[in-house]
Ligand binder design. Structure first.
Ligand code: NI
Length: 448
């Protein structure tokens, strides 16, 4: 009995064990497949690093659109991140966003795990900026910052009304239109003196070629296309993120598909600021210009650039144009030619030293010049057509009423970035002009 019974029990337990093994195998395989489908790596770096995270979700002032923030710290390593990204009612849109964000975070974590950081604290930040066009189109610009250095930019666009993803192909539709955008962007990039300096015309030509893949990172603002480039894309020597603002003028507005087209293409205007840079007022002016995606032209004094080279550098880095306004603001007509030369050359040298670029033009103090002075300047002379008299009134409210009185499309407006009242009145001026369909460009762009 025992001899007969034993093999039966033996086979039964083998069968049970095999069953368990098969079930385990099915479970393991399906789990791996699910993971792969969601793009997660087989071993999650989040689990390996023992990350403690906290996710919050905040409704924006636009119904159904949320900003999700994930804050996290690793318990046993000097690793931390704060990640912010948008969430909409559209699943495909959200999937695109989270795939990108997950990849950025996992790349960071894997890098932290595999390199010896010698106890150095490190932090990853992904921040989200929301830009609205025509009340229905939302551009989200995600900027990845690693240890306070901006590393990468990624954009997503969402159609709020139809609840769907918007691609550049939806906006400009044809290859022919893409050609127009490509030429405009290329012109804009080539007028950037930093690009000229690096002499990377070949890499610019390549990255601006009219193929859709070259224009993935973009946003649409009230008055312009913004095209973003990640570090190294324009030139291997450019290590920061670059953005170029392409105003929606009659040419660029014409390539937009009907729902995106502006009724009235933008009217261009050039704001100019003289006598700076100032270490107190200029940064305030820059902040307001940034808020309105406005570009301006700064005619700087050599002696101010000498005092505040970092402010001059910041002006240039923000994408504004820089001109010369002489070294110490004399009436150049009253000086002997030798001194005129010195005023011009010293200023050129200070601006070149601070920004890496030569001023594009000379605006003589008081607008006072003659043929003798003109002959000394290798740059063209640029004056203004609308004077706000901001230096005289020193009144932030008066700035707007002066602009209202005289402004017209194509105007070159004179202001000074050394008076606090000008910085204080600027936001109202830009808001007013924006509502009337103006877009703010640099002087060289005015006629392009
Ligand atoms: Ni002046």
């Amino acid at each position: 009995m025992t001899t007969n019974d034993h093999p039966k029990k033996y086979y039964l337990s083998i069968l049970i064990l095999m069953g368990i093994a098969i079930l385990a195998l099915i479970f393991f395989v399906s789990k791996t497949l699910i993971n792969q489908k969601h793009g997660a790596p087989a071993s999650n770096p989040k689990d390996k690093l023992n990350i403690v995270s906290n996710t919050t979700q905040k409704q924006t002032k636009h119904a159904g659109i949320y900003l999700v923030t994930e804050k996290a710290k690793a318990a046993d390593k000097d690793v931390a991140y704060t990640i912010q990204f948008p969430k909409t009612p559209n699943k495909a849109f959200n999937q695109n966003v989270t795939d990108s964000v997950d990849k950025m975070r996992d790349d960071y974590l894997i890098n932290q795990m595999t390199t010896d950081t010698k106890g150095k604290k490190s932090k990853l930040t992904i921040s989200t900026k929301m830009i609205i066009y025509k009340k229905n189109y939302y551009s989200f610009v995600l900027t990845q910052t690693l240890n306070k250095k901006r590393k990468c930019v990624k954009t997503f666009m969402y159609d709020y009304k139809n609840k769907k993803v918007v691609l550049l192909q939806d906006i400009i539709q044809t290859k022919q239109n893409l050609g127009v955008l490509s030429r405009t962007v290329k012109g804009e990039i080539m007028s950037d003196c930093l690009i000229k300096q690096h002499r990377d015309a070949a890499s610019v030509a390549n990255i601006t070629r009219p193929i859709w893949g070259n224009y993935q990172e973009f946003a649409l603002t009230k008055n312009a296309f913004i095209i973003y480039y990640n570090p190294g894309e324009l030139s291997k020597n450019i290590t920061g993120i670059k953005k170029y603002v392409i105003p929606l003028t009659s040419t660029t507005n014409a390539i937009l598909a009907p729902p995106f087209k502006k009724k009235q293409p933008a009217k261009k205007i050039a704001l100019t600021f003289d006598d700076g840079p100032s270490n107190t007022v200029t940064p305030k002016v820059l902040r307001i210009l940034r808020k309105h995606h406005a570009k301006a032209t700064f005619f700087m004094l050599g002696q101010q650039v000498h005092k505040y080279p970092n402010v001059a550098k910041k002006v240039y880095a923000d994408g504004h144009e820089i001109g010369s306004h002489s070294y110490s603001h004399p009436d150049l007509r009253t000086l002997p030619i030798k001194k005129v030369k010195r005023q011009i050359n010293q200023t050129n040298a200070e601006i070149k030293k601070a920004t890496g670029c030569m001023p594009f033009a000379l605006r003589p103090p008081y607008g006072a010049y003659n043929k003798r002075i003109q002959a000394q300047s290798s740059q063209p002379i640029v004056l203004w057509t609308v004077d706000t008299l901001d230096w005289k009134y020193l009144n932030s409210k008066k700035l707007l009423s002066q602009v209202k009185k005289d402004v017209y499309p194509g105007a070159i407006v004179l202001m000074h970035d050394i008076h606090l009242s000008t910085a204080q009145g600027l936001d109202a001026v830009l808001t007013y002009l924006e509502k009337r369909g103006y877009t703010f460009v640099t002087v060289p762009e005015l006629h392009s």
